[in-house]
Design a protein around this ligand. Structure first.
Ligand code: SAM
Length: 278
């Protein structure tokens, strides 16, 4: 394995600092620095950018980002046991790594970052989807981030990039693709991680659209999509009952058959319906 930096191998770091993986924190570590370098290169040149990393753990991806030239990395880690290992990385890259200890769901990282900002993370599985939804639904659009490069369970990654007419197509696909371009950039087997999780993983790369793909009020769009997929087996006229007294007429006005089901609707059709109901 080629060396990417002068720091000790991650197995040694984990042994030195007693970082036995904790399941409760979703800890499945990447120890292959060539692999973390590959992930770090997915967003492109980061030499003029700040990177927000959630859950650096022992620092495999952090080292990949820094060795590949990221201008600065701000890493938020909940597990205080990881801080000494991360401090060693900060020392090896003076002025380029800041670590905040805490819960990424509670911390506002913006005051510590300078644009342009990219988010790169091997996310803890238990908070990954929640963070993605927050990044996709800020008050203003376009968002503060230029790209998101995020590790998910393969099944969640497939739900993000899913197309209409597939089982994986749902709320997450509509929200993600309405706001961003999303693709699976890398697939990883369980053995890529220590300890290996039960399922495969994939890295999803998202870049924000300058404006949502089709105009619609975001609150109405989210309501319609949530309600439609809440009862995805039902025809839309039944699933959306309660949204409007004349829901069949409203569906037809939007050019949608009232007997259609949510999973067949394109994002353009959801937006048309949200406009009609808005
Ligand atoms: N980035 C490292 C890697 O690739 O090897 C670790 C990835 S591991 C899947 C997830 C990391 O997120 C762990 O280090 C865990 O302690 C941390 N974590 C879990 N929940 C968190 C939270 N709410 N906020 C910040 N970090 C969290």
């Amino acid at each position: 394995m080629a060396q990417i930096d002068g720091l000790p191998p991650l197995r040694e770091v984990i042994a030195t600092h007693g970082l036995a993986a904790k399941k409760s924190l979703g800890q499945n570590f990447l120890l292959d620095l060539n692999l973390t370098s590959r992930i770090a290169r997915i967003p492109g040149d980061l030499s003029e950018a700040d990177v927000l990393e959630i859950g650096p753990g022992p620092g495999g991806l952090t080292r990949g980002l820094l060795a590949n030239g990221a201008r600065r990395v701000l890493a938020i880690e909940k597990d205080a046991r990881c801080l000494p290992a991360l401090a060693e990385i900060a020392e090896a890259y003076p002025g380029r790594l800041t670590v905040l200890e805490g819960d990424a769901l509670e911390i506002d990282p913006l005051q510590h970052l300078t644009a342009p900002i990219h988010v790169v993370a091997n996310l803890p599985y238990n908070v990954g989807t929640e963070l993605l939804i927050r990044w996709l639904t800020p008050h203003d659009w376009p968002p503060y981030w230029q790209s998101l490069t995020l590790m998910f369970q393969r099944e969640v990654a497939e739900r993000i990039v899913a197309q209409p007419g597939t089982k994986a197509y749902g709320r997450l696909a509509v929200l993600a693709q309405w706001k961003a371009e999303a693709r699976i950039a890398l697939s990883l087997p369980p053995e890529a991680f220590t300890p290996p999780p039960k399922v495969s993983s994939a890295v999803v790369h998202l870049t924000p659209r300058p404006a949502p793909a089709h105009p619609a009020d975001p609150v109405m769009m989210e309501r319609v999509v949530a309600k439609a997929f809440n009862q995805r087996r039902k025809m839309l006229r039944a699933a959306l009952k309660g949204m409007h007294p004349e829901i069949e007429a409203k569906l037809e006005e939007a050019g949608i058959k009232p007997t259609a089901r949510a999973e067949t609707l394109s994002i353009a059709q959801f937006a048309a319906l949200a406009r009609t109901l808005g």
